[in-house]
Design a protein around this ligand. Structure first.
Ligand SMILES: N[C@@H](CCC(=O)N[C@@H](CS)C(=O)NCC(=O)O)C(=O)O
Length: 195
């Protein structure tokens, strides 16, 4: 099993082999890797005969196959409440967050798109008020306990709180991030150097 960009295998207590890939680690452009993941991106999961790419698909697969209550709720209603945060993070927050991340950490002063950075920060500030409101009602996005729905925004939260940017005050989101940081799985799986 190999994966990067998620704390899901650790959160489930699974034994796995992690192979760092992408960025400074390379590997993703080799023919061998592209045969597993034609996108040349991380993460890729190998679990027995199953090879998977797309991080949220991997999290759902691991939760369904190896998870139990409360991380992976059996009731469709509870599953959907957690699931929506995964889709929201990828499809609604993902674009503006990427603009902030890239223009803060990956671009040089010469290549930085200042306009995209400013509008990305404004959009993230507005959007993050939505999980902020939820986290005022429940300690985790998935409910009373950590669930698979917390994983993608949990990964984003690390970048959001640790990048050198001006952030609006979101006390519930900040308290949730502090709870995530208490978890060894989060520290070793998600809190890798930001590049
Ligand atoms: N939609 C894909 C996006 C994959 C993606 O863009 N991965 C990035 C890191 S999170 C990556 O591979 N970057 C390293 C590289 O391009 O070498 C997913 O969620 O799995």
């Amino acid at each position: 099993m190999s994966a990067r960009c998620s704390g899901a295998p650790r959160s489930l207590g699974l034994t796995f082999e992690r192979v760092d890939a992408g960025g400074i680690f390379g590997i993703v452009d080799t023919d061998e890797y592209r045969a597993l993941n034609p996108n040349g991106r991380v993460p890729t999961l190998q679990d027995g005969d199953v090879t998977l790419w797309e991080s949220n698909t991997i999290v759902r697969y691991l939760a369904r196959k190896y998870g139990s209550e409360p991380f992976a709720p059996a009731a469709p209603e509870a599953w959907a409440q957690a699931d929506k945060w995964m889709d929201w993070t990828a499809t609604t927050l993902g674009g503006p967050f990427r603009d902030v991340f890239w223009n803060t950490l990956r671009m040089t002063p010469e290549t930085r798109d200042e306009k995209a950075l400013v509008s990305g920060l404004a959009a993230c500030g507005e959007l993050l008020a939505i999980p902020e409101a939820q986290l005022g009602k429940t300690p985790f996005l998935s409910g009373d306990d950590l669930g698979f729905g917390d994983i993608p925004l949990g990964c984003v939260a690390y970048g959001w709180f640790e990048m050198p940017i001006a952030r609006p005050e979101f006390p519930n989101l900040a308290a949730w991030y502090e709870r995530l940081k208490q978890r060894p799985a989060y520290r070793s799986g998600v809190m890798t150097p930001l590049t």
